[in-house]
Design a protein around this ligand. Structure first.
Ligand code: MN
Length: 477
């Protein structure tokens, strides 16, 4: 989008600027590019420092060696439009969203293998030294020499990045085991960032065994804190606002990208820093492609439109889908399929409570409840049951990632936030329907966080009809 914007600006300026000035601007842009590969955008909000500190203590409480984590550098991507977003696990433990940082967490004093003279703080944050030249381009960054940096970051000790290596070398003389987030796709070599961290650690502490801390962090991330929940509610609220706007504007003749653009605008104007994922607006045949993101079709009379679009707010992702008719009125067949998906969603939602799961088998599975509902209601054009057209899982955790880490077969626990999103996709009928809502598991059962956005055929048709009436009453431009 900003690529297009930039082109527009250049055209506008070319009429008033002499060519040499344009060349100067181009060179300036190149310099800018080289100096600031990524923009760091301040998140609107974050949790209190005490919450991050508590998480760190919990994580370090039952291990026998230091945890070393490196944040992203901001050089993960060279595109000019890239907006820096911290590595999720690093962010989860620090709330720190700036380039180049590292974290050392030491286990409680009693857990060390050898006696030593380590008497300093057991949670250390490393930040880049102050660089006034770079700050002229990128704005202020936190640095270890800032007055009050400890209170600001919530760490008892903040050291300059260049001291990280010596600190790790010193710790390697005390602890035989180190922990970090190891690459988990072993066969593919893992993500570059995690592989780089592992390689760096192997060099800095060659004698140490390196163990994976990923699943322990994932376990913590599964249960949301009250402040995380508040951020998730904001992301969900903005996403619901956007869905309402999409329902109101929807009509044949619009392009998929226009609907997506309106939804992104609603998110951004409401304070969302980024989309939780690439917007999916798929009409007609595109409704049957699960992650359709080309957005290139002009909506036609009779099209059904799947809109799977979610905002991110202060790092937290919503994930909401509604499926509506382009012209405001479901056909009988669209309505039939829609109501089967809705019935399956309601059946699964009503069964949500601690102890149930989303496994594909077993008698605690809400996936099975949704699947069985779909498979025993309605038929395809050949008289076959519809289960074969429900081709994805029933849902997933959301949080810092739209697909937050979490084992689907693990029993639900209070504090988990997840999606319930059954779907039926019949390509030969150009008919795809998905309905996706976000829910919190509570002690008593669940809370439907996206309650405010209607799901029934009648309510959707009413919203669309009212909006169409208002549109026709407006004076034509
Ligand atoms: Mn989803």
């Amino acid at each position: 989008m900003s690529g297009r914007l930039r082109t527009g600006l250049t055209f506008g300026w070319s009429s008033v600027l002499a060519p040499f000035a344009l060349r100067f601007l181009a060179i300036l842009a190149l310099i800018l590019c080289a100096l600031s590969p990524a923009a760091a955008q301040q998140r609107r909000d974050r949790e209190p420092n005490s919450v991050y500190a508590e998480r760190r203590s919990k994580l370090a409480s039952n291990i026998d060696g230091p945890i070393i984590l490196l944040g992203y550098t901001g050089r993960e991507e060279e595109s000019e439009t890239y907006i820096f977003a911290q590595d999720e696990n690093f962010y989860y433990l620090t709330g720190h969203n700036e380039e180049e940082a590292a974290l050392i967490l030491l286990p409680p004093d009693g857990n060390k293998a050898r006696d030593d003279d380590w008497t300093g703080p057991r949670q250390i944050l490393f930040l880049p030294p102050k660089d006034p030249r770079r700050e002229k381009w990128n704005g202020q960054r936190m640095s270890p020499s800032d007055p009050g940096i400890e209170q600001r970051t919530g760490f008892a000790l903040v050291k300059p990045m260049p001291e990280l290596r010596a600190t790790v070398e010193k710790l390697a003389k005390i602890y035989p085991t180190f922990y970090t987030v190891l690459p988990y796709q072993k066969e593919m070599g893992g993500y570059p960032h995690e592989k780089e961290t592992e390689d760096w650690l192997k060099q800095a502490a060659p004698s140490a065994a390196i163990k994976d801390i990923r699943s322990s962090i994932a376990d913590l991330r599964l249960i949301k804190s009250p402040t995380e929940l508040a951020l998730l509610r904001q992301a969900i609220d903005l996403s619901l606002d956007a869905q309402f706007e999409a329902m109101k504007m929807m009509r044949p003749g619009l392009w998929e990208y226009q609907v997506a653009a309106k939804m992104v605008e609603v998110h951004a104007m409401g304070g969302s820093e980024a989309e939780a994922y690439a917007p999916i607006v798929g009409a007609g045949p595109n409704s049957t492609a699960l992650h359709y993101d080309k957005l290139s079709r002009k909506m036609e009379e009779g099209d059904i439109v799947v809109m799977d679009v979610g905002a991110q707010y202060s790092g937290y992702a919503a994930d909401i889908t509604r499926t509506i008719p382009a012209n405001g009125k479901f056909t009988p067949r669209q309505r039939e399929i829609y109501e089967i998906v809705l019935g399956a969603q309601n059946a699964a939602i009503q069964a949500l409570k601690p102890g149930m799961d989303m496994c594909h088998k077993g008698d605690k599975s809400v996936y099975k409840i949704a699947y069985d509902y779909i498979n025993t209601h309605g038929k395809d054009q050949h008289g076959k049951p519809l289960g074969q057209y429900f081709i994805h899982g029933l849902g997933h955790s959301i949080g810092l990632n739209v697909h937050d880490p979490g084992d689907l077969c693990r029993p639900f626990m209070p504090g988990t936030v997840l999606t319930i999103e059954p779907g039926i996709y019949i390509p030969e009928e150009n008919l795809g329907v998905r309905i996706e809502d976000d829910l919190l598991i509570t002690e008593a059962g669940y809370e439907l966080l996206s309650q405010r956005l209607p799901r029934s055929v009648d309510e959707i048709e009413k919203i669309m009809a009212d909006a169409a009436q208002r549109r026709s009453a407006e004076p034509k431009q």
